[in-house]
Design a protein around this ligand. Structure first.
Ligand SMILES: *Cc1c(COP(=O)(O)O)cnc(C)c1O
Length: 369
């Protein structure tokens, strides 16, 4: 019964190795390794089409995409950013690293995204931005957030690291808010090994992002801002071009896994499956479940049981950012009832095309006593 191969929450999407070496040889022969090379620029254009966004700026990881997205908005130093604690550390860190103050807003229990109905109560004259996360690929309530932002004259940024290719009413998710950021880390549905991008709707933000990812350089004679190095190299761009042709197939395979899980787990007492809103498409990034109190094991007990079978689901997101020692004085931290209930009950199940029917049956069997 015990499987000797470890099963993790995901496995990276890999291009065909021979195809990759062919492109890598082209890069090698071109003697142009980085700094907005041919493959880089081609990938950027392809991503604009794929994500249905007017502007895409490729980056070497999703954290620098977030840092640059926030820096670009030139928000008042020390002003407050209303955000979700139910996310990866990079989201909150990017706020503080920009000399801004995070304020934690509770999450909505069905999608686990920032609860738009609780944002307004946290707004003060010092608030400058709302930073939402489309967690697990579930879109934030972008319409409500947009209304609140307009009413209070706030900017909006979305961390779309989990929402590659997600569309809301056929519109690319990267077109909502002022700026969105994506991660192409190896654990993400679509990867460039390490990588990411910024998407936006206006040319000014696009030009600023292009300059900030390259030290603030505008041209040979001008550096006009304090930029950083966030450039993607040609080998990773080549990898990304190949994976761009593969990710839809990966999504289709994950869709089948989702159907299997939905069918077999939906009827287990105490297991709650999260549902995508009707008007949005699924990125198939994660398969989150909630272990409710009437299940016969706690989330942590179930995790341990999985580990005995060499299966390693993840407790995304536990701990939440509001639990980190460095954020213990953040405003809003004491009023997060949903976040604090959910963080002990969530689990993301293994979710990648390489899972066999045998693997999946075992996962269901472990959960069904
Ligand atoms: C992965 C991730 C990031 C960071 O992306 P990197 O490419 O690893 O720097 C940011 N936010 C969320 C929600 C993520 O899951």
């Amino acid at each position: 019964m015990i499987n000797n191969d470890k099963i993790f929450v995901t496995r990276p999407l890999l291009p065909d190795f021979d195809e990759f070496t062919k492109l890598a040889k082209e890069v090698y022969d071109s003697k142009w390794l980085t700094n907005m090379g041919q493959k880089h620029n081609l990938l950027e254009k392809e991503l604009e089409k794929e994500l249905k966004v007017p502007y895409c700026v490729l980056m070497n990881n999703g954290t620098l995409a977030l840092l640059i997205a926030l820096k670009n908005l030139h928000l008042p130093q020390g002003s407050e950013v209303i955000t979700t604690p139910f996310t990866f550390a990079a989201t909150t860190h990017s706020i503080v690293l920009n000399n801004l103050k995070p304020v934690f807003c509770d999450i909505e229990p069905n999608t686990m995204t920032i609860d738009a109905d609780k944002i307004e109560a946290l707004i003060t004259p010092n608030t400058s931005l709302i930073l939402g996360v489309h967690v697990y690929g579930f879109p934030c309530d972008v319409e409500k957030i947009d209304k609140i932002a307009k009413k209070h004259n706030l900017k909006v940024v979305y961390d779309a690291a989990h929402a590659f290719s997600t569309e809301i009413n056929s519109r690319g998710i990267g077109t909502f808010g002022d700026v969105s950021t994506f991660s192409f880390h190896s654990t993400k549905l679509y990867n460039t090994i390490e990588g990411g991008c910024i998407t936006c709707n206006n040319e000014e933000l696009y030009n600023k992002s292009v300059s900030l990812r390259d030290f603030g350089i505008v041209d040979e004679n001008t550096v006009n801002d304090i930029g950083i190095n966030a450039k993607m190299n040609e080998f990773q761009a080549a990898w990304g071009l190949l994976n761009l042709k593969l990710y839809r197939e990966e999504q289709n395979k994950r869709k089948k896994i989702k159907e299997f899980y939905d069918q077999n787990l939906g009827s287990i007492k105490g297991i709650r499956i999260l549902k995508m809103p009707e008007n949005a498409t699924n990125s198939y990034q994660y398969y989150p479940i909630v272990i409710e109190d009437d299940y016969h094991l706690s989330r942590d007990e179930l995790c341990k049981k999985f580990n005995e079978y060499n299966i390693f689901p993840r407790k995304y997101f536990y701990p939440v950012c509001s639990d980190f020692e460095c954020y213990k004085n953040v405003r809003g931290r004491d009023n997060l009832p949903v976040t604090n209930a959910v963080k002990h009950r969530v689990m993301c199940l293994p979710y990648y095309s390489g899972l066999t029917h045998e693997n999946l049956s075992l996962i269901v069997k472990i959960m069904d006593k």
